[in-house]
Design a protein around this ligand. Sequence first.
Ligand code: ZN
Length: 414
Amino acid sequence: MGRVVFRGATVLDGEHLPRPGLTVVVDDNRITSVSGGESVELGADDRVIDLEGATLMPGMVTCHFHASYHELGAVPGPFGLEEPPALQAVRAVNNLERVLMSGFTSAVSAGAPFAIDASMRRAISEGAIAGPRLVPGSRDVSTTGHANDAAPWYWKLGAPGALHLCDGPDEFRKAVREEIKEGAKIVKMFVTGGHAVPREAERIEMTRAEMAAAIEAAHLRGVMVRGHIANREAILMAVDLGIDVIDHGDGMDLECIERIVAAGTFVVPSMFFVYRLWEMVKGMNPTMAQAMRDDLDAAFAILPVAAEAGVKLVLGDDYGAVGFPHGIYGEELEFYVKVAGIAPLDVVRWATVNGADLMGRGDELGTVTAGKLADLLVVDGDPIADISVLADKSKIKAIMKDGRFVKDEAGRVT
Ligand SMILES: [Zn+2]
């Protein structure tokens, strides 16, 4: 089979300003050259795609993804037990295809029940279903009675569905090891309430010793740990103990930023969901709306400072929560640029370079560089001039994952 030669492309990779007029060659599943000026010698089997006026960029990475979530919170009851496991798995199949076809060639899970993610990852690698490179998540590991442990005690459910309840360092170690045995490559902990979870953000729901045991157990097996964290003290504790990813990070201040940068911890602000919730409730519940508005304003004030200081921010959010459907992933970039005031190149970096680094695959993914894996997007337009092109699936003309087109309309760039 011949190579694919993208000619005359404007290359955008989150590390540089857009570079026009480049030729990018893909051979099998790798980018073999990125060059300007000089012409590439073509073989008889090579396919040449002229991309004058279009952008060629790395496939994007979403770093907080719940493949199986659907209208979560609409039905009362313990998370993960709202619907039969098989139905949840079918929905995960659907959502994984959707995220891939929106230009996200990689996704990092923030949790799923019944080890659905691990099965999805296998199904994707076997070619049984279409989906991104998936880092499978776990159930939510936390203590008895924590924010999401909302089932009435007299139901005697124990640790069901999306929850994995444990108490004391030994049980935390065991819970983490069980999740890893079931296929998790990143373990999720619920450290605090807050950030759309109906429990005060100020309380820390596990002890320092419990968190330390969980992180140590995961790292001993090469698995990452992420935590739902929405207050300053919990951020500092988690960073100090070596957590890999802070989800949300409400309450982040300058001291947190300094410690996060020093530790190299990733942060997924996931403020798009809060913004959409605020829009939904502002006419109905002024008290709730005001609390959300305060969170948004605090995030909009601190995020540019964090980005400037070198915090590794990434994309991803709670798609599948009630009122926040799967499928609007590209609008998240638009939100950070147009509402949160982040520079477009920064948001593209979150979506590409930083996402690949979080996956531990920065050497293979995240930029358009010779030698890297060919996860690429052809975009009709310039995301730096107008980020909304990434929110419009019709503008993403081609999607290549591992050297193969999963969408191929690049010949029709206008
Ligand atoms: Zn989540």
